[in-house]
Design a protein around this ligand. Structure first.
Ligand SMILES: C[S@@+](CC[C@H](N)C(=O)[O-])C[C@H]1O[C@@H](n2cnc3c(N)ncnc32)[C@H](O)[C@@H]1O
Length: 428
């Protein structure tokens, strides 16, 4: 029934996956369930070559702020709310369309959108505590507060729209905000993006362009700009999707929504990617005292561009973190004369590199010891939850997500510890 109605929706809007260019759906893709990779998604119905266009969704099918402005009722009220952000307007518009039930143009699409989300704003304070790591707990708290603030700011618009009460509650807003956050696609004309029937059935895969450790911050922008497997094409007034690699019939076609750490995936999309190559742990840089040196007050000792100083999923320090540690582990005079070596990814001296890897080892050890449970305890807790009779309930699902996230965090620290130990032993 769900697949049939979604196919009807595709036909109504002229959504096409035809390799012959006709307006029909079912030639290249099929709606299927992939239990280990996102649940409902799009499989390929025939062998597909990398780079082939696999789906085309016409402009008329897209739900965005432009629809809210053009809607006679909504648009009339909206003129008094110019201060609201695009995301707030789109969230309110989604609620107003859902409230229209079968008289909405998008009824057959909207009624099959997931009803339950597990993104961070849905985490209760107790569920957030299970993340164990301070930064992650505070991210959960602030994403909930932000959703509450957005709802309060939009409440007058919601009441002017005279929606039935159940569509104006915080619970309804939380659902709509999570739908927008997890399903919208980027368009050049509006920050909120658009909901794209059928196109939003693609599940996520991590970027495949390059490994993180070979990345240089200078070409970060170019890197992130290429992280899309589709986009809006003005020449044919459609959102188009392309195969990121070749697929054999029956395989799931995936797209990359962007470059995200697992905490960011949890925040915006409510899932985690096992072995996410983009996962990182941010590390505050050490003071000179931590390397037994005196502070000179030099500006190079200050923290800047914090996001670049991280341990990567492989357990290795990022290029920038290693560079900064190498600069900080030597006296100011040596930093001045030989600092260029660190910028080239080279050790300044054997002794200073040994200090660097010992520092990293201790840092990881300390971070691991600060957490209330070990990797082994988390693995056991997860096993028990999998067996629990209430497995599948929202509370248990979020609990499992929290444990899986902190397990991923600890695994990266453990990998870094092992790596640093190996590197520092190499100096003995
Ligand atoms: C754009 S939708 C993709 C289609 C979605 N599975 C559906 O049934 O409508 C994004 C949501 O799908 C799920 N998802 C996407 N990729 C995933 C993956 N690799 N692993 C687990 N869940 C994934 C998450 O719930 C996410 O919020």
């Amino acid at each position: 029934m769900e697949a049939r109605e979604l196919l009807e929706c595709a036909a109504t809007f002229g959504i096409s996956d035809s390799s012959q260019g006709s307006s029909q759906f079912g030639d290249t893709l099929e709606i299927a369930v992939f239990p280990d990779q996102g649940g409902r998604g799009l499989g390929v119905a025939r062998n597909v070559e990398q780079g082939e266009m696999i789906l085309r969704v016409p402009f008329a099918a897209l739900i965005g702020v432009h629809c809210a402005r053009e809607d006679p009722e909504f648009g009339k009220v909206l003129v008094d709310f110019a201060h609201l952000s695009s995301v707030q307007i789109l969230t309110a518009y989604l609620l107003s369309e859902v409230a229209k039930s079968c008289s909405s143009r998008w009824f057959s699409y909207l009624r099959h959108n997931p009803q339950v989300h597990h993104s961070l704003p849905h985490f209760s304070a107790m569920e957030a505590e299970e993340l164990q790591v301070e930064d992650a707990i505070s991210m959960a708290k602030s994403s909930l507060e932000d959703t509450q603030r957005q709802w309060r700011e939009t409440s007058s618009l919601l009441s002017r729209l005279r929606l039935p009460r159940k569509f104006t509650t915080f619970k309804a807003w939380l659902w709509a905000a999570a739908t927008i956050s997890s399903r919208t696609l980027h368009v050049p004309w509006d920050d909120a993006g658009v909901l794209c029937p059928i196109g939003d059935l693609f599940n996520y895969d991590a970027p495949i362009e390059r490994t993180m450790s070979s990345r240089n911050e200078d070409d970060e922008l170019e890197f992130t700009n290429r992280l899309t497997d589709g986009g809006y094409e003005t020449s044919i007034s459609s959102y188009c999707f392309y195969a990121r690699r070749s697929y054999k019939k029956g395989q799931q076609a995936l797209i990359c929504y962007g470059q995200y750490t697992n905490l960011e995936l949890l925040e915006h999309y409510g899932f985690l990617l096992p072995d996410n190559p983009c996962d990182v742990i941010y590390i505050p840089l050490p003071s000179p005292e931590e390397f037994g040196l005196k502070s000179t007050g030099d500006k190079s000792e200050r923290q800047h561009n914090l996001a670049a100083y991280c341990i990567e999923a492989s357990g290795k320090p990022s290029f920038s973190l290693l560079q900064q540690l190498r600069l900080r582990a030597v006296p100011a005079s040596l930093r001045k004369s030989h600092g260029y070596m660190a910028s080239q990814g080279l050790p300044i001296s054997r002794e200073s590199d040994q200090l660097v890897f010992l520092w990293l080892q201790k840092k990881c050890q300390k971070l691991l010891e600060k957490l209330p449970t070990t990797i082994e305890q988390d693995e056991r807790a997860l096993e028990q939850l999998e067996k629990s009779t209430s497995s599948g309930s929202c509370g248990v699902e979020r609990h499992k997500l929290a444990i899986k996230w902190r397990l991923g965090y600890k695994t990266i620290l453990q990998r870094c510890l092992t790596y640093s130990k190996g590197e520092s032993l190499g100096f003995e």
